[in-house]
Design a binder for this molecule. Structure first.
Ligand code: VAH
Length: 324
């Protein structure tokens, strides 16, 4: 393994993927990149870090050449709610960025990780125990870019022999980076509000059932898939993976096991509710188990316990720094 490039490294996934990759492969071998231009102190703390706009093929080409990259985790993209608010921009970022990554990978023989999503399915997809291979007619621009991205990755694998690999990720819960622009962000906000205010007003309805996963499981799954024996992989576009199928009410009840007074009420956002209602309620991830031994470690109870402990510590540290 020469070097790894992570795009969108400052996002919800990238903030935890970069440290995990550096722990496994060595700090100097993982180049973190993002659209944000960090101040010198910030860039030094994340070094090696580069500003990178994936919609500019020259910047991408230069980063891969200069750092001798042979694996790219391409995370830079708009999430579902942000994309729905700016569909033309979302197409530009999500598709041009991926196309540029695949073209550079073709030139340098890089392996590519592509994060698809449960958003790659639509209302005509079987919503319970959604199969690995089924109807994919999403009704959001986010889903359109994810299906198109999956097809592009499949094409580059079969036509050019590029080692593309991907996951259809569920909603991700993490305490490291605040989420932004996602339909499943309610699940993260709920933990912050439970600790800060003891209550939360949820923008999805109480019975909205979606697949969720604790970030440590998602990170382990990505790294495990990229290291898997290529001969075992039947699907180059993206594997279904999940850890739990839960509702806001389920998460609230799990939080109440630790904060009995926690209260939740609902003020449904019709845009994000419509997005959530177009997605599966639960995925069949048996192909991932069979082909590369996928196995999550956190269920709702374990995620809630770990999330509350770590998030409380993070918030207390932040409060202390504010007082200094
Ligand atoms: C979103 N967190 O809400 C992302 C994810 C399955 C949801 O794709 O857009």
């Amino acid at each position: 393994m020469k070097n790894i490039l992570v795009t969108g490294a400052l996002g919800q996934i990238g903030s935890e993927l970069v440290p995990a990759l550096r722990q496994r492969y060595g700090a100097g071998k993982v180049i973190a990149t993002d659209l944000k231009v960090l101040p010198p102190s910030g860039a030094a703390a994340l070094a090696p870090y580069d500003h990178l706009d994936c919609t500019d093929p020259h910047q991408l080409h230069e980063a891969v050449r200069r750092h001798e990259i042979d694996a790219i985790y391409h995370l830079a993209a708009l999430l579902s709610a942000s994309a729905e608010a700016a569909p033309q921009f979302a197409w530009q970022v999500n598709m041009t960025g991926l196309y540029n990554v695949l073209e550079v990978a073709r030139g340098y023989g890089c392996q590519v990780f592509f994060p698809s999503s449960i958003g790659a399915f639509g209302p005509s997809t079987p919503r319970d125990h959604t199969p690995q291979v089924t109807i994919q007619r999403p009704t959001t621009i986010y889903g359109v870019t994810k299906v198109a991205g999956e097809l592009l990755c499949d094409y580059y694998a079969s036509r050019f022999g590029i080692d593309t690999r991907g996951l259809r990720l569920p909603g991700l819960v993490s305490y490291v980076a605040a989420p932004g622009g996602g339909t499943t962000d309610y699940a993260v906000e709920m933990f912050y509000h439970a600790l800060r205010y003891g209550r939360y007003t949820c923008f999805l309805s109480a019975d909205t059932r979606l697949d969720m996963m604790y970030m440590p499981d998602a990170i382990a799954g990505m790294i495990h898939l990229m290291a898997a024996d290529a001969d075992r992989l039947r699907y180059r576009n993206a594997y279904n993976i999940t850890a739990m199928s839960v509702t806001p009410e389920d998460i609230a009840a799990a939080i109440r096991q630790h904060i009995p007074s926690f209260d939740i009420d609902y003020d449904v956002d019709p845009v994000r509710q419509a997005i959530a209602d177009s997605w599966p309620r639960s995925l069949d991830d048996s192909a991932a188990h069979a082909d590369w031994d996928w196995a999550p470690h956190y269920d709702l109870s374990a995620m809630t316990a770990d999330m509350l402990v770590r998030l409380e510590a993070k918030l207390k540290t932040a409060a202390r720094k504010k007082r200094v």
